[in-house]
Design a protein around this ligand. Structure first.
Ligand code: SF4
Ligand code: ZN
Length: 112
């Protein structure tokens, strides 16, 4: 991750930039990132909430810093072939377990 003001590399959990002290998290909380356009540009024209008309922030449509900014130019994450299988497994673990229990019960009933 890079500081949007001075360009220095900062860790993802840093509360502020170690070089220019730009706050990188809102309310001093490591889980709330603040987006800031480089050079004081306005974020809203490239934000997904501007494009779908759902933004209700008071700084809209001229926010230069925002905790909800979602860049419409960001590419969606690429799914790697090797990583697709664990996601499928996670999603279908519970139904597969139920199916196995049902089949096991059915087998036990039939073999009595
Ligand atoms: S969420 Fe923030 S950046 Fe996005 S349109 Fe609203 S104020 Fe602008
Ligand atoms: Zn900085």
């Amino acid at each position: 991750m890079q500081c949007s003001r001075c360009g220095v590399r900062v860790s993802a959990g840093a509360l502020e930039c170690p070089q220019c002290q730009l706050p990188l998290k809102a309310h001093g909380h490591p889980g709330v990132s603040v987006s800031m356009a480089p050079g004081g540009e306005i974020l809203c024209p490239t934000c997904a909430y501007h494009h779908d008309g759902s933004c209700t922030f008071p700084d809209y449509p001229e926010a230069t810093r925002c905790t909800l900014y979602r860049d419409t130019r960001a590419r969606p994450p690429q799914v790697q072939p090797g990583k697709a299988l664990p996601r499928w497994n996670n999603r279908w673990n519970f139904p597969a377990l139920l199916g196995l229990l049902f089949l096991g019960s059915l087998l036990l009933t039939l073999l009595r």
